[in-house]
Write a protein of this length. Structure first.
Length: 79
């Protein structure tokens, strides 16, 4: 199972850099390519408890801050 998230529309966001930095923190995001909307995915199956999920969210949050990404929510809602 994967959770899919909108990729930030901030110009400072670039998936390859995001991937490398999050991976260095122990998590591996996958580039979403299932729709025309730019996304990334995080696997969440197996022995994943709330502590693991909190750590993953923290790693993503820290990485976006390190990259200088300020706009993390999509500008437009896609129905």
């Amino acid at each position: 199972m994967n959770a899919t998230f909108h990729a930030p529309e901030d110009p400072a966001y670039e998936f390859r850099t995001f991937y490398e930095k999050v991976r260095a923190k122990g998590f591996i995001p996958y580039q979403g390519n299932l729709t025309e909307v730019d996304t990334f995915r995080v696997g969440c199956i197996g022995d994943v408890d709330r502590d693991v999920m909190r750590s993953a969210v923290r790693a993503i949050e820290e990485t976006l801050a390190e990259m200088g990404v300020k706009q993390i929510s999509p500008h437009k809602i896609v129905a």
